[in-house]
Ligand binder design. Structure first.
Ligand code: VG1
Ligand code: CO
Length: 542
């Protein structure tokens, strides 16, 4: 029986950089998840009888919200829902399933790299029919609806068994529980030379992959151990846990320290990698050689043609604005366009759909291509492995060679977490107030040549997004970017992106902190970080 339940709007359901993310206890308020899901459905047109995909990263509350989505989709007139077995779908696998099944859209349940558990984070993101995150005009409509909603529709029915593959009926709707891994793994086989990678691994190339007790476990075991023949145990922390084993499933040098230490040890494997909660990020560390995500994007773009799926070359490269300019130099050399977008994967969808870009990336450990419409952690690892199998060099050799060809963009991101929101807003307001006077201003770093608040006009539909981050460019090619995070669930996080370029003739083997010393000092002074935040050092450096 379809029930119409009356409700009242919540004023905090504005989707951020990547969907709605809140503490679990916020989502556990009566009607909270239901309001958001109904607001998504109310913002769409023409889904009656169509297919919806739903799945998540297995975190705490995943199963409960999946049942809500199933019953609401049935009550709202969807014809079919595809749900990953056990409620599991990595974000890239969900994107692929939406595309391959011709679905109308999908709900991806995740708070990505944020921790999980009863006191931690949960999230819901809507993806459109191209498999990518809803563009801003859709998320704006969803937000507007959350502020006006008065009722939602839900089927009164027992829970659906989502642990057995198969088809069942729920009201007038079909529910298909599908294997979350096979279709995605098959897609990977179409893009990469699995035989060459398998031969490399059989020839004693040692690989270590950390799934961080998050969603990539089953995918990584199937792909690296079963299909590519890596020994059992290559994939660590391979079982998705609702609380990620009490860790942050964030593949950076702080939270993936165990992997980092293994890769820096005397007997390190040849290649190490990790992914995040929902499987869309990647961390790449060669033996004794950490690769920054911005450099990884550049290396992957420069070498993608070595993998079968990209043998025809790239149409273009897109990167988020705060990502370093390393990829720009590759695009220039390849003679293809480089697009600079605001932070968040939703801005890449149109470029990929239009065939203007083939590879995209963000400094936050996200890389992907036109094979899906999300960033894709395992894809990035496989492209690296394919390149290593063809070039037969170590990661360190490939990096040295890359810098000797293109120069090196020394790069770091400093995060100041847990700032009171009004302090963070005041800091950004003060910075924005200075923009006009900064050009020509001499600092210890050099003279400012450009300062602005990044604005973007989408070249495919002319939609615009403003106030995407303050960037300051110096005459020596250095750059500082300031913006506030849009994925946190508590207080505000200031992100400071620091970059300095040295050409192929420059010193290419410096330690990053030393290379960026003056850039860091300039950033702290220009934004008065300590005065506004009371913090004299960042909480996380990546
Ligand atoms: C962060 C990253 C951004 C990424 C987003 C979602 O956003 O900076 O590059 O697209 O997370 O990634 P923000 O607004 O906090 O800086 V994920 O893997 O959390 O879906
Ligand atoms: Co993620």
């Amino acid at each position: 029986m379809i029930q119409t339940v009356s409700t009242k709007p919540f004023d905090d359901q504005k989707p951020g950089t990547s969907g709605l993310r809140k503490k679990v206890r916020i989502f556990q308020q009566a009607h909270y998840a239901e309001n958001f899901v109904q607001s998504v459905f109310d913002s769409l047109e023409g889904y009656e009888g169509q297919t919806l995909v739903v799945g998540g990263d297995g975190r705490y509350l995943n199963r409960e919200v999946i049942q809500i989505v199933l019953k609401m989709a049935a009550a709202n007139g969807f014809g079919r829902v595809l749900v990953g077995k056990g409620g599991i779908l990595s974000t890239p696998a969900a994107s692929h399933l939406i595309r391959s099944s011709g679905a109308f859209g999908g709900l991806v349940l995740s708070a990505s790299h944020n921790p999980g558990g009863p006191d931690e984070d949960f999230g819901i993101k809507y993806n459109v029919s191209n498999g990518g995150p809803a563009p801003e005009k859709v998320t704006d409509a969803i937000h507007a609806r959350t502020l006006a909603i008065q009722s939602y529709r839900i089927l009164a029915a027992p829970d659906v068994d989502i642990d057995a593959i198969g088809t069942s009926r729920l009201g007038g709707m079909t529910v298909e529980v599908v294997d979350p891994v096979t279709g995605y793994a098959d897609l990977m086989e179409t893009l990469f030379d699995f035989a060459a990678i398998r031969a490399m691994i059989a020839g004693r190339f040692a690989l270590s992959f950390d799934s961080m007790s998050a969603v990539t476990g089953p995918y990584a075991v199937e792909i690296f151990e079963r299909r590519l023949g890596a020994p059992a145990g290559t994939v660590r922390n391979a079982t998705p846990l609702p609380d990620f084993g009490h860790h942050h499933p964030d593949p950076n040098l702080v939270h993936a320290k165990e992997l980092y230490d293994r890769m820096m040890a005397a007997d390190a494997p040849d290649f190490g990698a990790a992914s995040d909660g929902d499987g869309d990020r990647n961390l790449i560390i060669g033996k004794h050689c950490y690769v920054t995500p911005s450099d990884s994007l550049a290396v992957l773009a420069a070498n993608a043609h070595l993998a079968p799926g990209y043998a025809k070359g790239l149409k273009g490269i897109a990167r988020s604005m705060p990502t370093s300019g390393a990829a720009d130099r590759v695009a220039e050399k390849l003679g293809i366009p480089l697009y600079e977008t605001p932070t968040g994967w939703k801005f890449f969808g149109n470029l990929l759909d239009a065939g203007m870009a083939t590879i995209c990336g963000e400094e936050s450990a996200g890389t992907g291509s036109d094979h899906v419409r999300e960033k894709d952690g395992i894809w990035a690892v496989l492209l690296w492995l394919n390149i290593l199998a063809v070039r037969r060099q170590s990661v360190a050799q490939i990096m040295a060679d890359h810098w000797a060809t293109y120069g090196r963009n020394y790069y770091a991101r400093h995060d100041y977490e847990g700032i009171a929101k009004d302090r963070a807003d005041a800091l950004m307001a003060a910075l924005r107030g200075k923009i006009r006077d900064l050009p020509g201003f001499a600092t210890i770093l050099g003279t400012v040549v450009q300062a602005d608040d990044f604005a973007y006009t989408d070249p495919t539909d002319a939609s615009t997004s403003s106030a995407q981050g303050v960037r300051i460019l110096f005459d020596d090619g250095s750059r500082i970017v300031f913006r506030l995070s849009g994925t946190g669930t508590e207080g505000a996080t200031l992100r400071v992106y620091l970059e300095r370029f040295l050409g192929p003739d420059g010193k290419l083997d410096m330690e990053t902190g030393a290379a960026l010393f003056r850039v860091i000092e300039s950033a702290e002074r220009i934004a008065d970080i300590e005065a506004f935040t009371g913090m004299n050092a960042p909480s996380v450096i990546t």
